[in-house]
Design a protein around this ligand. Structure first.
Ligand SMILES: C[S@@+](CC[C@H](N)C(=O)[O-])C[C@H]1O[C@@H](n2cnc3c(N)ncnc32)[C@H](O)[C@@H]1O
Length: 226
């Protein structure tokens, strides 16, 4: 994947920056989905385990693990350079982590192996699930937690973003809001040697969420290597 900020809507969502900084500084309550990910993974994590957070933003999901006393070696990966820069500035020093723990990179090209892999609220904004899911599975030694938009039937949506906080000249940009076919994703993960459990999403109770007329069927999967 050849990265270019020009074609990455996340590089132009200006209204997103302040919350990302506040979260990096651990100054706002944790998100329910991060709390749920940490609680679901807790019984599977041993002290010192490595954890890769794919689509980490500024790295703030780490706080949900740390506040529960889970001593993971946290690594974050995100495709948007300014999130990595903001995380290195605001998150790493507060978390006592070296800046290299946040890295620029794409879900589609993840390499290396980690005990636990997390991919929360990220896959839906990629063009498809096949390659990133393959790479996430290859990178997972013990357990993989995924939260994304999934439903019985796939819906591939590439929509004009038109957010008020976006550069006016970028408002024409489109972004993916894909809904992936749940059974197909589960069977792909099983094919890579995992036992997959569907977990009810705590925030939505697996009910559709609607934001600005868009349907968001959030679903969670826990995959444990067999
Ligand atoms: C909705 S945010 C989710 C951030 C965080 N995981 C959370 O749960 O709050 C989506 C993130 O995915 C990142 N992203 C988008 N495409 C990506 C890709 N191909 N590989 C890795 N990260 C990506 C964006 O830069 C953004 O930080």
């Amino acid at each position: 994947m050849i990265y270019d900020d020009q074609f990455n809507p996340w590089a132009h969502y200006h209204h997103e920056v302040e919350p990302y900084i506040q979260r990096a500084k651990n100054q706002v309550p944790e998100m329910t989905c991060h709390k749920q990910a940490a609680e679901i993974l807790a019984p599977l994590i041993s002290p010192g385990d490595t954890l890769l957070d794919v689509g980490c933003g500024t790295g703030y999901t780490y706080w949900s693990f740390r506040s529960r006393g889970m001593e993971v070696e946290y690594h974050g990966l995100d495709v948007t350079p300014r999130f990595i820069d903001l995380g290195r500035e605001h998150f790493c020093p507060r978390a006592g982590l070296p800046p290299e723990r946040l890295r620029l990179g794409a879900a589609e090209t993840v390499t290396g192996q980690y005990d636990v892999v997390l991919c929360v609220n990220t896959l839906y904004c990629l063009p498809n699930y096949h390659q990133p899911v393959e790479r996430l599975c290859a990178a997972t030694r013990k357990a993989l937690f995924i939260r994304t938009l999934m439903d019985e039937r796939a819906e591939y949506r590439y929509l004009v973003t038109d957010y008020p906080g976006m550069d006016p000249e970028r408002r024409h940009m489109r972004a993916y809001y894909n809904i992936y076919p749940l059974a197909e994703v589960i069977s792909a993960i099983e094919g890579y040697g995992f036992k997959v459990r569907r977990i009810k999403d705590e925030r939505t109770g697996d009910q559709d969420e609607f934001v600005k007329g868009k349907r968001y069927p959030w679903r969670c999967l826990l995959a444990v290597r067999e």
